[in-house]
Design a protein around this ligand. Structure first.
Ligand SMILES: [Zn+2]
Length: 171
């Protein structure tokens, strides 16, 4: 019961644009209060003492929500994902990767997509407090902010929620 209430639900805007992912508890709350309707079930029902609710996989808001195009959050996990879990200096897929500031913060480097890359511990150590240029270590890819397509934003959910794919593609 607890688990099923935490299962992820895809939330679509009134125009079917994928908005975000919420848990089942919140999705049912939105449906019960008339703010959303169910687009896709396929997960059976949740029974409470007094009644049962369909377990949604995708819901759609009744009213259009205006919001700026979402951006990928700048986190270690997202930097590793952008860099395909590969050290951007030597190309190794080390089991444990660190985040390297291409230009160290001490030298005025920023904490932004363009200055952050995945690095294996040995490359990070070799580079030390120097810039990539000073250390003569070339980057495999120029670090940039990831795309804001729905497919990129929601990719991590797609393995376990394949039924979402047609609702995410193209946005
Ligand atoms: Zn490396």
């Amino acid at each position: 019961m607890e688990d099923s209430l935490h299962a992820p639900v895809l939330v679509l805007n009134a125009n079917f644009e994928p908005l975000n992912v919420c848990n089942t508890r919140r999705a049912i709350g939105l449906m019960v209060s008339g703010k959303a309707n169910m687009i896709l079930n396929g997960r059976g029902v949740i029974k409470t003492v007094s009644r049962s609710y369909p377990r949604p996989s995708i819901i759609r808001l009744e009213r259009m929500v205006k919001r700026p195009r979402p951006r990928v959050k700048l986190t270690k996990r997202e930097i590793l994902r952008r860099d395909h879990y590969t050290c951007q200096y030597c190309g190794s897929r080390a089991p444990y990767l660190t985040i390297d500031h291409v230009i160290p913060r001490r030298l005025g480097g920023t904490h932004e997509w363009e200055n952050l890359v995945a690095a294996c511990p040995s490359c990070n150590h070799r580079k030390g407090g120097r810039t990539a240029e000073q250390a003569q270590m070339a980057l495999l890819n120029r670090p940039i902010e990831p795309p804001t397509s729905a497919t990129y934003l929601f990719a991590r959910h797609l393995h376990q929620n394949e039924e979402w794919e047609p609702f995410i593609e193209g946005w």
